[in-house]
Design a protein around this ligand. Sequence first.
Ligand code: 16G
Length: 246
Amino acid sequence: MAIDPASPVPKYAQLRDLLLDWIVESGLSVDDPVPSERELGTTYGLSRMTVRQTIDLLVAEGKLYRVPGKGTFVARPKIEMALALASFTEDMRTRGFVPGARDLTRRVVPAGGSTARMMDIAPGSPVHHIERLRTADGEPMAVERSNIPLSIAPHLDVFSLSERSLYAILEEEFGIILDSGEQTIEAGICEPADAKLLGLPPGSPVLSMQRRSFANGRCVELARSTYRADRYQLHSRLDPRLPGGT
Ligand code: 16G
């Protein structure tokens, strides 16, 4: 396949698709090098600037990665996150990764106005504030900040969260079985402190998630999480109509 100069599709976008097809057809796998910008320019009759635009796009999409002085390589496919009320531990195990957690902060704090409102508790009521770095096969994936009312899990702080799943502790130690939840997901730019924890260049794109989980109509957890956009994509099944639609 070649670049079609008469196509309304910009040349850099045509090259993107050609390159992705070529990677699959040539059986390239993760960490294999792709041809240099100069070689690609010659092969497809394109300027170095156009080729660079394509490579920049594929790097931003997480399909390729660059190593300064070495070249450009095929990146690992992103992890698909299902939109379900699953714990990080379950989600990672289902996908064949070993889940992990590093405690960053654990303290009991008075719920601030917006947290209290979102959790439907009185402002100032004590909540466990838990910050964790989540890993998959040892690689940093997300920073999760959870708020859990002290009243529903009073001695939660005695349990280590580096060896056990938070949702499993809530269920096994406190009899809390999450039965519903809601989540919002926004594109964001990584805060410098989180970028350091996640091993990302400052200003990298992230997925900012806010999840409320409920048990028997009561909000059990309000979590604000930062997920690496270069390693995660969301996957959702599409129903034919909006809920409540006709
Ligand atoms: C998920 C939840 C997080 C929860 C965690 C429990 C999102 C965005 N976040 O990662 O709110 O705290 O699971 O995981 O989905 P754990 O049971 O493995 O500790």
